[in-house]
Design a protein around this ligand. Structure first.
Ligand SMILES: [Zn+2]
Length: 385
């Protein structure tokens, strides 16, 4: 077989697999019709995929007449990816099947901001997650990890201010330890990829999507024309430091009036501390309960929602996306924030920017980053068939 024939064959094989993933269960005849290739080609390449155990066959399916066909399905259990969300105060590890379903998870609180301790814990939690994986033809296909910092194109954490990390070659450390492909990505970029990757199965999936990760800080992940936009060096999306009040609150970056000082969990903490209503550590349940009866606290959420919406209106004016997804910790306060965020966006954005745009809270919370990180390895794995 010549090089060009080989290349066409592998392209067809990949397209067949993609079709089975998106349209599963599907018959060989339907694939041939959809991709406009011969049934013989589909049959022979499907046999290879069956042998490789990345698809399975079941049947027979329905037919409008004649013999009922056998159906092909994606084998989402052929292998497993590990998706890690390394937060500022927690490590969330997930075992994900190839369809993006979380089949095991483990969460651990970070109590001490010591790099060596955290790295040891990350490795330990990955080992435990691997142990939880069921038997499968390919086993663990890779590890993805989302981190709260700036990551170089080589998977080095250049700076994670909240963890106080600089120049940590995390990809290399984990690849040496586990001997599988490792992807290290900024948590907001991973979150955007999670929203994109696992909504691919749904027809409404957006090719122009901005994911707003509103945790202790704010970062955004940008999907532009279907591709993650990382900027020249991987630093794009640091919108938490967009100035919204030049004479405003002092930010840890050295500037004043950054968005995240008004619309993040940090802002919430600041305001709640000022009110003096909750002496202990901020917890979701406590805040929720308190908000039921405390009008002042509900006003805090109104202010945070107002600023969150104002920042999102800047995103709409800049990127003209189809969809803005709000994720991370603030997404857990959806019921307290949603109305005021939408109202604020409509008030601040140019009117044509708000037509046909969806602004929503993530359905994947709290898994967006972990799933997105895991999805990088799944995508690489699938693309290699
Ligand atoms: Zn700042």
């Amino acid at each position: 077989m010549s090089w060009s024939q080989q290349s066409i064959k592998s392209q067809n094989k990949s397209r067949i697999l993609q079709t089975i993933i998106s349209d599963s269960p599907i018959s060989r005849a339907s694939i041939a019709k959809k991709l406009k290739i011969t049934k013989g080609t589909v049959s022979s390449l499907a046999s290879e995929l069956l042998e490789e155990e990345i698809i399975i066959e079941y049947g027979p399916g329905s037919s409008s007449g004649g013999r009922r066909p056998l159906m092909l399905l994606f084998n989402e259990k052929a292998g497993f990816s590990i998706g890690i969300d390394l937060g500022v105060n927690y490590i969330l590890a997930t075992l994900i099947n190839l369809n993006g379903e979380v089949i095991y998870e483990k969460k651990q609180t970070i109590t001490e901001l010591n790099k060596e301790v955290i790295l040891t814990d990350v490795i330990k939690i990955i080992k435990e997650t691997i142990c939880s994986a069921p038997q499968s033809p390919y086993g663990m296909i890779g590890i993805g990890i989302g981190v709260p910092g700036i990551v170089s194109n080589e998977g080095v954490i250049l700076l994670a201010p909240n963890l106080k990390w600089e120049h940590v070659p995390l990809k290399q450390i984990l690849e040496e330890q586990f001997n599988v492909p490792v992807f290290v990505e900024n948590e907001a970029n991973a979150g955007a990829y999670g929203e994109k990757g696992f909504s691919l199965k749904y027809p409404e999936a957006a090719d122009n999507l901005v994911y707003v990760s509103a945790g202790m800080g704010i970062g955004i992940g940008i999907i532009m024309n279907g591709v993650l936009y990382r900027g020249r060096d991987g630093y794009a999306g640091e919108m938490g430091h967009m100035k919204i009040d030049l004479r405003g609150r002092q930010c840890s970056c050295g500037s004043k009036g950054c968005w995240e000082m008004y619309a993040s969990e940090k802002a919430l903490q600041l305001e709640v501390d000022n009110m003096g209503i909750l002496s202990e550590e901020l917890s979701l349940e406590k805040i929720r309960k308190e908000a039921d009866t405390n009008k002042e606290l509900r006003e805090v959420f109104k202010r945070i929602g107002f600023y969150l919406g104002a920042g999102i209106s800047n995103i709409l004016n800049t990127f003209n996306p189809q969809e803005v997804v709000i994720g991370n910790r603030l997404a857990e306060y959806k019921d307290l924030l949603e109305d005021v965020v939408i109202e604020s966006v409509n008030r601040h954005a140019l009117s044509f920017q708000t037509e046909n745009v969806t602004i929503r809270f993530s359905n994947l919370t709290p898994y967006s980053t972990a799933l997105g990180a895991g999805y990088f390895t799944i995508e690489k794995f699938i693309n290699e068939f």
